[in-house]
Write a protein that binds this ligand. Structure first.
Ligand code: ADP
Ligand code: MG
Length: 731
């Protein structure tokens, strides 16, 4: 029987059917078509119901049951006009994916008359039988089922899958006693904390500010490969990455893929998933090739963080689904291919006031300049004080392959701010605090707003090695993994910012109470914060050895693996941070820690199994088959009476292959033993560390190295797994 590899290659060279994508429509014509926006709501709701919904969307006001029913009816009317028959609460449990359970509007009255209905209660709250989602022991402890509750700040939408259309209600997912079981609940709480703390600080500068929202613009990197080839690789199917595969003769060394022309099949795919995204209100703006072959990126216009996170989660789902239509496979894994750049998801982050000011954009007047400096320096202080938590918030088995692998930011969290702002901070720092007075306005008159944009263009974006970079009017958190739900990183970042701003206000107020002028008090605390946190600033090459050494001297954490990085979630300091800001209570945090460790264990466990299975059933049989060919050949030559020199080469290859076979099967055995031992551990953290150090750390590389050598030796016709050169270059 022909192997899947060769079938897939055949299919590719015979030319695959082209999928037609409609698409000369204007984006504005379809944008938000499937979203129950406030504009749409206006048409379907009574004045009263609309007012209630709007107050909830804009001001976080609670909607009562009676109003809920009116709104539910309006949403149903809209959805039914679009052919929707079912609805679901759409939520993001701790699997990192989105979840849904569909119910139909259809029901029977007590006398058996069939009707369609959607009650307020069904809109506002549901109790999915979701006992199989990870809960870190929370529900066992509280002996309660989880339930979902409507989040009006993210609008309802219609998901079209084939001919089916489902109304999706974005919800949070919590236990009966209120503990969060998802990623959205803590994010919303962090955003509330941030709003309050930031508004308080804004009050020093502008009394009109009543709301501050965190903004997020993510940049999603991904790989697209032929589905036939990908499906012939069980490792890609089961783990999202290739556990074996020798680097191709041509990789990314020519840089010919970066920003190059997008291949036609991929282009059709992109336009297709973009159209679906536009209908769902996801404002995708850019698309381009990335550095690695078969790697691409898309990015939207930034949005309020909660909505941006929902949109990214939805998009990832759409990207994977639409790829199938095109006979393609979208890989969101952080490191699908060894030796080739991995994928990240830069999180561009800033803060915006309801008066229309970007708080991380340099101001135009001394007063707004001071406001900028305050928020800018508070961000630096937050990252400095909680670098370990930020590192933990992006930790995953997949991201471990990327961080510190000389392609992505290192595991050391540092901040790049550019030359000009470094100078500004130096100037502030070197002023003796008690010299600040009203006359001393030079500082506040800095032409920051004029100088920064130009300087930023020159040098900020070009330092690709920094995990946290200021890029002119926002920070860019670059260490987030491509498959991650941004909520974890955003919850951490906005929580630490909220907490730091809170302390800032306390510190400034204390000085004002002592009789200091407001501006002077603010400058003094800014100066204090610069002194306390400047060790996190780094402008150099984050990939270099010297930086690792220097960072160690500065006392910056450099945790390379997930099990240890996650420790940061349960330190006393972080527990206090989250509980005092009402984001996570201690049991919730412990539960999350447990869940993340479990997720890590499972990922590595599955990878180890796949490595073992593939070695035994794919790699070694091919190698042995080729060995037999060589043996036959050698024996034949010998029999024909040829001198040993005639088959010396064959003999040597035979020997080398035997050697690799032995090493592979030996280590696969040992790896299985190590796994068994790890499984005996009862403490989850210890088990995760054992999987990291004793299973992955000891065996993955050596097994892979020898398998990849075999790939170079064994007859290509015998090799069952599609090779890198095929997966990466054929579409
Ligand atoms: P690049 O990083 O490729 O140079 P840009 O800087 O224009 O591109 O934008 C990158 C991302 O940053 C985009 O998704 C954009 O929407 C987002 N972004 C821009 N301004 C903000 C902001 N104030 N808050 C959050 N994200 C922003
Ligand atoms: Mg960018």
């Amino acid at each position: 029987m022909e192997s899947l590899r060769f079938k897939a290659l055949d299919n590719l060279s015979n030319g695959l059917p082209k999928i037609k994508v409609e698409g000369s429509q204007k984006i504005t014509a379809i944008f938000n078509e499937n979203v129950f926006t406030l504009e749409t709501a206006r048409k379907y709701l009574s004045d009263e119901a609309f007012k209630s919904l709007k107050a909830s969307v804009k001001g976080g006001k609670k909607i009562d049951r009676n109003m809920g029913s009116q709104i539910a009816n309006g949403i149903r009317a809209w959805a039914e006009e679009k052919g929707v028959t079912h609805f679901t609460h759409w939520f993001q449990p701790l699997t990192g994916l989105s979840a849904e359970k569909h119910d139909s509007f259809f029901t029977l009255k007590s006398d058996g008359t069939p009707i369609e209905e959607f009650e307020g209660a069904a809109l506002i709250q549901q109790e999915p039988d979701a006992s199989s989602f990870p809960n870190g022991g929370l529900r066992a402890t509280f002996e309660a089922r989880g339930y979902t509750a409507w989040d009006p700040s993210s609008p309802a939408f219609i998901m079209e899958i084939g001919q089916g259309k489902t109304l999706c209600i974005p919800t949070i997912f919590i236990s009966y006693t209120g503990e969060s079981l998802d990623t959205k609940t803590p994010l919303l709480k962090a955003l509330v904390a941030l709003d309050k703390a930031a508004v308080d600080v804004c009050q020093y500068f502008d009394k009109n500010v009543t709301k501050v929202t965190a903004t997020l613009g993510w940049e999603q990197e991904y790989f697209v490969v032929d589905a036939g080839l990908a499906n012939a690789r069980p490792d890609l199917v089961l783990t999202g990455r290739t556990v074996y595969g020798h680097a191709p003769a041509k990789g990314q060394q020519l840089d010919d893929h970066y920003f190059g022309a997008i291949p036609e099949r991929v282009y059709a795919y992109m336009r297709d998933f973009e159209q679906e995204s536009y209908k769902l209100g996801i404002p995708i703006r850019t698309r381009h090739n990335e550095v690695a072959p078969a790697q691409f990126e898309c990015a939207p216009i930034f949005e309020e963080t909660n909505l941006a996170v929902d949109h990214n989660t939805l998009l990832m789902d759409i990207m994977e689904r639409v790829a199938k239509r095109h006979g393609l496979k979208c890989l969101l894994h952080e490191k699908p291919f060894a030796g080739i750049n991995g994928s990240g998801k830069h999180n561009n982050w800033s803060l915006a006031t309801d008066t229309g000011v970007n708080l991380l954009a340099p101001g135009k007047t001394p007063k707004t300049n001071l406001m900028f400096l305050a928020f800018f320096v508070n961000s630096i202080k937050a990252v400095h004080d909680y670098a370990d938590l930020l590192r933990a918030s992006i930790a995953s088995a997949g991201n471990d392959h990327r961080l510190g692998a000389n392609e992505a930011p290192p595991a050391i969290i540092s901040i790049f701010i550019g030359k000009y702002l470094t100078e500004v901070l130096n100037q502030v720092e070197t002023r003796v605090s008690d010299k600040f007075d009203e006359q001393d306005e030079a500082m506040l008159k800095l032409d920051i707003h004029k100088s920064i944009p130009e300087l930023m263009l020159d040098n900020t974006d070009r330092n690709r090695t920094s995990p946290f970079a200021f890029t002119g009017n926002k920070f860019e958190f670059r260490a987030v993994g491509s498959s991650a739900n941004c909520a974890n990183a955003m919850t951490a970042l906005n929580s630490i910012m909220a907490d730091t701003l809170k302390s800032f206000k306390v510190d400034v107020d204390a000085l004002i109470e002592k009789g200091e002028k407001k501006e002077v008090a603010i400058m003094q605390i800014i100066q204090k914060y610069i002194v306390e946190s400047k060790s996190v600033l780094f402008e150099g090459d984050g990939y270099s050895e010297e930086w690792a050494k220097e960072a160690e001297k500065r006392g910056l954490p450099n945790v390379k693996t997930t099990p240890l990085a996650l420790d940061a979630y349960v330190t006393e300091k972080v527990k206090h941070l989250f509980s005092s800001n009402e984001i996570y209570n201690h049991p919730e945090l412990e539960a999350r820690h447990e869940i993340m460790l479990e997720a890590y264990i499972k990922k590595v466990q599955i990878e180890a199994r796949v490595m073992g299975d593939l070695a035994t059933t794919f790699i070694l049989p091919s190698a042995v088959k080729y060995q037999n060919v060589l043996i036959k050949n050698i024996l034949g030559l010998k029999e024909a009476g040829l001198a040993e020199t005639a088959y010396a080469n064959q003999k040597q290859v035979l020997e080398t292959i035997s050697n690799h076979i032995n090493i592979v099967s030996d280590n696969v055995e040992k790896m299985i033993e190590a796994r068994k031992k790890a499984n005996e551990l009862t403490d989850t953290r210890e088990m995760a560390i054992a999987y990291c150090d004793n299973v992955k750390g000891k065996y993955f590389d050596v097994i892979r190295y020898n398998v990849d050598k075999l790939e170079l030796l064994v007859d290509d016709a015998f090799w069952l797994l599609p090779k890198y050169r095929e997966i990466l270059f054929l579409r």
